[in-house]
Design a protein around this ligand. Structure first.
Ligand code: ADP
Ligand code: MG
Length: 729
């Protein structure tokens, strides 16, 4: 019997790195080559059009339809010089990836020929026939059409022969059907709320920008091996596979020398990413074998999100060229680390950074404390919702496992900041600040040393850690659209800042001095949000108990966690901040539950197929071989001695029989559980049933399969093993 596994392993071993030809010029020279950025706008647009467009981009003013044609003409000219023949509205529906439908520039010229055309109308708005994107009922209830509309704050770019136009995707009645629309709304509200609070300290501030620096983790698997693993192909993760004897226990992969084939892939990826304006900066091996990370320099949040989406699709293409498959799944392999996507989040004004500690003046220090505390207030109040924002069927494997942030949101501040907040909370008010005549206030907020910015004492177990000038949200899944968590974080912090300002203003209206009022409210909030602060080990069982006592959300069931979106406080917060309406939230939750169910359903089907078509036949084959041996031995040596000599084989034969039987029973039970769940009408209840009754059965089957993998002769096992998937590159 030919074994595909041996063939693909041999093939994978033979592969050499693909030669990558680097551009002849320096990265700074080819950076954003395929992006219609300001430089190109300046070159290709009439100057009055350029001015107006920049105003739209920088100040969020409405795009004047009268300039759309001129902008489109300039874009088309630039695009055609780069060999572009098509254009597409590029958007982010409620699936994991991005969506695009390409149209050619060509139109009839009315004289029997063709001309290339691209009008402002086509640039600004389109109605993609996109009826099969998830919409949670919004488009059935209201209006079947979905519209995509240009987001001028994210520049258009070229991929191959296509001009890609970043757009939002909304229904006829204006409900968001994507991630970008609510993200933009959240950024807008946060900017306004933060600017207002900034004015207490710096009246000249015009706007506040949110920054995002993501770190993308991923696995690479050789394509030949991948092709022999139906579970990887169909579900993105291995549903079975015994631990490799060696995995990550030696810590020899982390930050190790990057393997040659991988190095070639990274080089290729980075060149192409830089050409698309993604400012790639860092690359290294991650903790697990065949796991890697790429991080760019942080950017404005909306742009950074687009760049992450773009990078994920680029990775898949480039990996293919290097005969790799990139695995973005949060947990492709049991027993080794999964992948996340740290979201480094910060606020800055047009005049400086807001979460930066090293202030020169007492005002700077107070401003710093206010923004830290109000961020914590948002995170505290909506900790369950924040968890819901990063939760998915795939990320659920990672959360709560001892490798990634636990399924409880808390924030690590480090000793210095903790001491500072404790001091502000506990000190006498007179101690905190003394009026120094007419010169103003002198605040006894201890000087915050520069050291904090290079805070090396980082707690890797914390889901939301302060790291010197930003918070690092570490619970985000590697496969996720960053926007999902940022929509919630931005809205929650905006709400906290708005409420902060309302309360401070109320005190001021009563005649209290501004600084004194700020201190009063900030002290109150330090006390209120204390439960969210946790610097200990987030993986420990004691923390789970402690968090429960503190009233933090400890729910771990994915479909139940989604309920947080429909809590009263969540609906109010989204409404107040104008980020999402109740109907949008409801629709999104329908999509979330449905997606959850489908993912588990697909996994369960693949599990059933592999069990019946790969595992049981292979195990039975080996069993027959052993049986033949036993028969032969008894024939040669006679009953008594033959039995003695074949006792071991008989034991294995029996064990295989027991395990294959257990697998068969497991598969039957799995099918039955699915049948019951499928009859449930409500998407939520169905998802809960899949979580409670279907998913656990897969674990039981897997357990038996992994035992069989150890038992059956290696030469018969058809699925590439962990030691091959994880170590061949
Ligand atoms: P680490 O793995 O130690 O957390 P990395 O260098 O891998 O650090 O990634 C840090 C990320 O944080 C980068 O994307 C970086 O650009 C980003 N970053 C740095 N400063 C800020 C900031 N003020 N706001 C947002 N992101 C930031
Ligand atoms: Mg990091």
């Amino acid at each position: 019997m030919a074994n595909l596994r041996f063939e693909v392993v041999a093939e994978a071993f033979k592969k050499r790195p693909v030669e990558v030809e680097a551009p002849k010029v320096r990265p700074s020279e080819y950076f954003a080559k395929y992006v219609f950025n300001r430089q190109k706008m300046y070159k290709y647009l009439p100057s009055d059009v350029y001015e107006k467009l920049i105003d739209v981009i920088d100040n969020g003013n409405r795009l004047d339809r009268s300039i759309a044609d001129a902008v489109a003409a300039g874009m088309k000219l630039w695009a055609e010089e780069n060999g572009v023949t098509h254009y597409t509205h590029w958007f982010q529906p409620l699936t994991e990836g991005t969506a695009e439908k390409h149209d050619a520039f060509v139109e009839h010229d009315g004289k029997g020929g063709m001309i290339e055309e691209f009008s402002g109308k086509l640039l600004v708005q389109q109605e993609p026939d996109a009826s099969s994107f998830p919409n949670g009922g919004i488009r059935n209830t209201f209006e079947a059409r979905g519209y995509s509309a240009w987001d001028p704050t994210s520049p258009v770019f070229i991929i191959d022969d296509t001009l890609c136009i970043p757009t939002i995707f909304i229904s006829y009645t204006g409900e968001a059907l994507d991630y970008k629309a609510p993200l933009l709304r959240s950024l807008h509200t946060l900017s306004e709320a933060a600017t207002e609070v900034c004015h207490y300290f710096y009246p000249q501030v015009k706007k506040v920008q949110t920054n995002l620096g993501w770190e993308q983790e991923y696995f690479l698997v050789d394509e030949s091996l991948y092709s022999a693993r139906p579970d990887l192909m169909l579900t993105g993760r291995t549903l079975m596979g015994h631990d490799s004897a060696k995995n990550q226990q030696m810590d020899d992969h982390y930050f190790g020398t990057i393997p040659e084939r991988v190095q070639a892939f990274m080089k290729d990826l980075e060149i192409q990413a830089l050409e698309l304006g993604i400012p790639c900066k860092t690359r290294h091996n991650e903790v697990a074998p065949n796991q890697f990370e790429l991080a760019p320099i942080f950017e404005e949040c909306n742009l950074a999100v687009d760049h992450n989406m773009l990078l994920m699709s680029l990775m898949k293409r480039v990996a293919h060229k290097h005969s790799f498959r990139v695995l973005l799944h949060e947990k492709p392999f049991a027993g080794v680390n999964g992948s996340g996507k740290h979201n480094n989040w910060s606020l800055c004004t047009d005049t400086g950074v807001l979460l930066h500690a090293a202030g020169k003046t007492p005002e700077d220090n107070l401003r710093f404390v206010v923004f830290i505390v109000e961020t914590l207030m948002g995170v505290y109040k909506h900790n369950g919702l924040l968890k819901a924002s990063i939760m998915s069927a795939t990320n659920a494997h990672r959360l709560g496992a001892n490798e990634a942030p636990p399924a409880i949101i808390s924030s690590f501040l480090g000793k210095q900041l903790t001491d500072l907040l404790d001091h502000i909370e506990k000190a006498d008010k007179e101690e905190l600040f003394a009026l120094a005549g007419k010169k103003g206030m002198e605040l006894d907020i201890p000087e915050i040393p520069e050291l904090m910015i290079d805070n090396t004492d980082r707690n890797r177990t914390s889901p939301f850690a302060f790291t010197g000038n930003r918070f690092e949200f570490r619970a985000v899944g590697s496969e996720a659209n960053c926007a999902s968590s940022l929509i919630v974080l931005n809205a929650a912090v905006a709400e906290a800042l708005e409420e902060f300002k309302t309360r401070v203003d109320a005190l001021i209206a009563k005649g209290e001095d501004q600084t004194s009022a700020i201190i009063d409210i900030v002290r109150e909030d330090i006390k209120t949000c204390k439960p969210i602060r946790f610097d200990g080990n987030g993986y420990s069982d004691e923390w789970k108990e402690e968090a429960q006592k503190r009233g933090l959300d400890c729910e771990a069931s994915c479909p139940v966690v989604f309920d947080r979106y429909l809590d009263k406080e969540s609906i109010e917060m989204f409404a107040k901040t104008n980020v999402m309406s109740e109907s949008e939230l409801k629709a999104r939750n329908e999509v979330k539950w449905e997606t959850y169910t489908k993912k588990i359903q697909i996994e369960a089907r693949v599990m059933g197929d592999l069990s019946m078509n790969h595992i049981i036949p292979v195990a039975t084959h080996y069993q027959s071989r052993l049986a033949k041996n036993v028969e032969g031995m008894i024939h040669i040596f006679g009953g008594e001695e033959g039995k003695k000599l074949t006792a071991r084989n008989v034991k294995i034969i029996r064990e295989i029989a027991e395990r294959t039987e257990a697998i068969e029973r497991g598969v039957e039970a799995l099918v039955d559980a699915r049948k019951v769940a499928n009859k449930i009408e409500s998407e939520r209840e169905k998802a809960v049933a899949y979580h409670d009754t279907v998913a656990p059965k897969m674990e039981e089957i897997r357990y038996q399969i992994d035992k069989l993998e150890l038992l059956v002769a290696d030469e018969l096992w058809t699925l590439p093993k962990y030691r091959e998937l994880l170590f061949i590159r």
